[in-house]
Design a binder for this molecule. Structure first.
Ligand code: MG
Length: 252
């Protein structure tokens, strides 16, 4: 749970008011302890549900990938290209997470892929409970890839295990190349970093070697793929990575 922005994944309980500052000197200690206790309870419950999701995915040989990034990095565009280019090679399903609208789910639906949209309202991340319900409704096929596009946010989604096999963090070249240092939890908990929009490199001051060095500083195991969903450059590397991650029976 985000203890500072007031986001609550159940949509019912608000721990902090958005933007609320706590300067109540007479009871600061008691208040903070209460927040920490509630946060631990919520994360513990989330972790239990995430393990249930993971067990389900393992039993069905579903490769669940949690796609995380800032808003506007190109998560949905990457999915559109992937679902179109790999049609017939892999079986896919998608869970879309946004605060409002079904815009992204509509884009995914247009590719002919099974998709569920989760609107989190004021929530700034998906949690394992939301994913469990979405999966129960959509019933992704065995031996498939399940993309979970998280809410655009590099902070809170890092704390919430959804039961995914791997976390994929996406950064675009229109962002700052110090993002891995500013948001280390997200880069540390991911196994793959995709650097998107490389076709724009000649027009922006983004230093691609610097961002890679920064990302490796935070997580030296992190794999990195550079690509552009617009030009198509580098996409094959991503598709090859996907195919190494799932064991596909000969029948598919
Ligand atoms: Mg999106």
């Amino acid at each position: 749970m985000c203890a500072t922005c007031g986001c609550d994944s159940n949509g019912n309980v608000t721990i902090h008011e958005p933007g609320h500052q706590h300067h109540h000197d007479d009871h600061t200690h008691t208040h903070q302890k209460k927040v920490v206790d509630v946060e631990q309870d919520i994360l513990h419950e989330n972790n239990l549900l995430a393990q249930r999701n993971r067990g389900y995915f393992d039993a069905k040989n579903i490769l669940a990938l949690n796609l995380v990034s800032s808003p506007g990095s190109g998560k949905t565009s990457l999915l559109e290209r992937t679902l179109t280019d790999c049609k017939g090679q892999l079986e896919f399903a998608v869970i879309e997470g946004d605060q409002q609208t079904t815009n992204d789910a509509d884009r995914i639906h247009a590719t002919g892929t099974k998709v569920v949209q989760i609107n989190t309202g004021k929530g700034c991340h998906l949690d394992a409970h939301m994913v469990m319900h979405a999966v129960q409704g959509m019933k992704p096929k065995e031996n498939s890839v399940l993309f979970i596009e998280n809410v655009g946010n590099l902070v809170c989604p890092a704390m919430f295990d959804l039961g995914e096999k791997e976390r994929v963090v996406i950064i675009s070249v229109t962002e700052g190349d110090d993002k891995p240092l500013k948001y280390p939890d997200m880069f540390h908990s991911s196994t793959l970093c995709i650097i998107n929009k490389t076709d724009l490199l000649p027009y922006v001051p983004f230093d691609i070697e610097k961002v890679k060095a920064n990302a490796k500083k935070v997580n030296h195991h992190l794999e990195i793929i550079e690509l552009s969903c617009t030009s198509g450059e580098g996409l094959q590397l991503w598709y090859d990575w996907l195919k190494t991650k799932i064991l596909i029976p000969e029948t598919i």
